[in-house]
Design a protein around this ligand. Structure first.
Ligand code: UGA
Length: 459
């Protein structure tokens, strides 16, 4: 099938590359001509595992191309995906001006019958607005539009894998034609009929469930899913605080809670809170959407409050341990909002760095992928070439992102480089016993100060 993708950011590029990989002909469009040039030259403006291979292979086979002109992308396309940004406005609502602009341009340029599909996260009832916009600007003989909502549930760092092996595919449609087109598009994934570029021996043991809904319900599913995951994280973080007060260990508590199949262990990792371009923005937007429809979603406001408090908690813990922060050197391990990405949007590490700088501390950080972006985002932060440099001269080292390589670092070398061997493990990612045995002072999140303590509470 011929597919157009409008907006070539994280979502658009992953969508385009994966659809090309399963056999479709895809044109990805972006207004940013410089970005399009990079993509045409075989480069990638972002880091995302497996994406570069997919982009290069499919561009080489002529199944994936890039343009900065809407007309080049949408003419002859059977499906157009809208993957443009929906950034938050100052009041928390999503800014839909990029969506509107994209829809107008599609309406003006489309030829024939075309299915316009929302992938960007949008407030419920955006589909209706899109239908109206298309009716106004796309009124031409022979041109017809359907509108669908097909939310994406991919995680950064796992996006290609999530796209090709989804838990479910949600199709919010208003016509049988739209449903038929989207079913055909996703058939290779649903039936496992593609060569998996990630796993060598990848057999799908079940067909991927497809849920067909109306447009508004599909739009709500996306906000509800992200908000529920954010709620789980804030719940775990609240538990962590109670554990610290009561001398319990949050790792043990969430293991016990998560073993209940109805609850599950995923997204119960306490730490310095959730960041990224999705959860913070979507929780805020969902509160606003609810408000506009006359519902006070106080539950989600609390999720947000707990999350923002995590940053204060780190600064407080450091103050407790170091007394005065002014003039002290503090190292940060991990700057991206989560591992396996170079994305710094709403990264807790940057917010913490800003606070520490405001307190007069010198802050130096290391990240395996996000260093360069961090240098640009926060020039006052010293970005180090490796984790040992980030530890050098530091009175405390804070783990802000649980990159897989951190537990296996040479911790003796880190200790020797530090002025005071204090580790604040903001993601409970390190081996506490190993660090204590090496002579570190170890502070976790929601964990008693000494391992003996939790043993005692077990007895
Ligand atoms: C999230 C959702 O997981 C995806 O399903 C969704 O498609 C995506 O948003 C989106 O709307 O586009 P993402 O933001 O890439 O994906 O990353 P997550 O893995 O969900 O992590 C979000 C944040 O939560 C990170 O800062 C992470 O460190 C934090 N987190 C996650 C925790 O603090 N604890 C946990 O137990 C899990």
């Amino acid at each position: 099938m011929r597919v157009a993708v409008i907006g070539s950011g994280y979502v658009g590029l992953v969508t385009g590359a994966c659809l090309a990989e399963i056999g479709h002909r895809v044109v990805c469009m972006d207004d940013d001509a410089a970005k399009v040039r990079v993509l045409r030259d075989g480069g990638l403006p972002i880091y995302e595992p497996h994406l570069a291979t997919l982009v290069q292979r499919n561009a080489g086979k002529g199944r994936l191309s890039f343009t900065d002109r809407v007309a080049d992308a949408v003419q002859e396309a059977a499906i157009v995906f809208i993957c443009v940004n929906t950034p938050p406005l100052p009041d928390g609502k999503a800014d839909l001006s990029f969506v509107e602009m994209a829809v107008r341009r599609i309406a003006e340029q489309a030829t024939g019958r075309c299915l316009i599909t929302e992938k960007s996260t949008v407030p419920v009832q955006t589909g209706q607005r899109i239908e109206r916009t298309l009716a106004i600007y796309g009124k031409r003989p022979g041109v017809e539009f359907d509108v669908a909502s097909n939310p994406e549930f991919t995680r950064e760092g796992m996006a290609v894998e999530d796209f090709l092996h989804p838990d479910r595919i949600v199709l919010g449609v208003s016509t049988p034609e739209a449903e038929r087109t989207l079913r055909e598009l996703y058939a290779p994934i649903v039936e496992g009929r593609f060569r998996c570029p990630i796993h060598t021996d990848c057999r799908q043991d079940r067909a991927v469930p497809i849920l067909v809904t109306d447009l508004a319900s599909a739009e709500l599913i996306k906000h509800a899913a992200n908000s529920f995951l954010a709620l789980k994280i804030s719940f775990a973080n609240a538990l962590a605080d109670i554990c610290e007060l009561a001398g319990a260990d949050v790792l043990q508590v969430v293991t016990g809670v998560g073993l209940d199949k109805r609850i599950g262990r995923a997204f119960l990792n306490a730490g310095i809170g959730f960041g990224g371009s999705c959860f913070p923005k979507d929780v805020k937007a969902f509160v606003k959407i609810a408000e506009e429809h006359g519902y006070d979603f106080g539950l989600l406001r609390e999720v947000e409050r707990i999350n923002l408090q995590r940053r204060d908690l780190v600064v407080e813990k450091l103050k407790q341990a170091l007394w005065i922060l002014r003039g002290k050197r503090i190292g940060l391990l991990g700057l991206a909002f989560k591992p396996d990405t170079d994305d710094l949007r709403e990264a807790p590490a940057l917010a913490i760095a800003r606070r520490l700088l405001d307190e007069g501390a010198a802050v130096q950080g290391y990240d395996p992928q996000a260093g360069e972006k961090a240098r640009q985002a926060l020039p006052a932060l010293t970005v180090c070439p490796d984790p040992y440099a980030a530890a050098t001269g530091a009175e405390a080292l804070v783990v802000c992102t649980e990159w897989a390589e951190f537990p296996g670092l040479d911790w003796n070398r880190i200790k020797a480089a530090m002025v005071r061997p204090l580790v604040l493990d903001g993601r409970n990612a390190l081996d506490r016993d190993q660090l204590l045995a090496l002579g570190f002072e170890y502070l976790g999140i929601g964990r008693p100060l000494s391992p003996d303590h939790s043993r005692k509470t077990r007895e």
